[in-house]
Write a protein that binds this ligand. Sequence first.
Ligand code: SF4
Length: 282
Amino acid sequence: MAKCGVCFRHCEIPEGRLGFCGGRTTRDGRVEAYNYGRITSLALDPIEKKPLRRFFPGSMILSTGSFGCNLRCPFCQNYEISWSEQARALAKTSETVSPDELVDIALRTRSRGNIGIAFTYNEPLVGYEFVRDTARLAKAEGLKNVLVTNGTAELAILAELAPYIDAMNIDLKGFTDRYYSKVLSGDRQQVMSFIEAAVKTCHVELTTLIVPGENDGEEEMHELSRWVGRLRNPDGETIPLHISRFFPRFRMQDRKATDVRIVYRLAEIARENLEHVYTGNC
Ligand code: SF4
């Protein structure tokens, strides 16, 4: 049995078993990434799809993911690799690549506009060791590293990765503790601390998915954008915010897609406090 130090859950993991996220295990009395190098997705995507709008716009990025997630968002768009039964099955069938091999693929796709590697799709921080080892090699080759994360990790994990990461998109899924804890099984305070520390280390953009009846109130967006408006990226710019539209999916099929008028109205409110607000999925 050993205790994981990656996120607020601090799972006690018995030898050979998995933590809550399904991505970490205990071996020889130590917690390690069970999903190390086990790739479930690999694609060359436009950087705007991460989404990042103010970091090398117009470029492509080799995007990769593994399996496992430490949240339980019922509407997850990537549930096949995050926290469903299918995700558990992938743990047995996914292919393994080494950091060297992945960097090699990234270098070979440079001619197609690739600027580096994005760690995305599942929650990359539950397997942060692979991110660290790969990003270190990629950086030495002059590639950029991007992390797309839910920000649910201890600051020690951020500190270990920060020297190699050039940009992040971090989810700020809402601005109430109730939503984070009751609906997502997360911890808003940990995410806010992570964001405050991350903006000091690299270019950060944030994403908020607007879910009807959960986080679509105008006052909540006033508060969220006021808080984000106090932060600055290393270049002194305010933090870009992506406000996106929910579609019913996975275990949240009891409501319709977010009314686009609500998304646009919340974006207007956010613009009172922020210079760069983008709407998505509308
Ligand atoms: S990263 Fe996974 S194993 Fe570690 S504490 Fe969080 S949920 Fe548990």
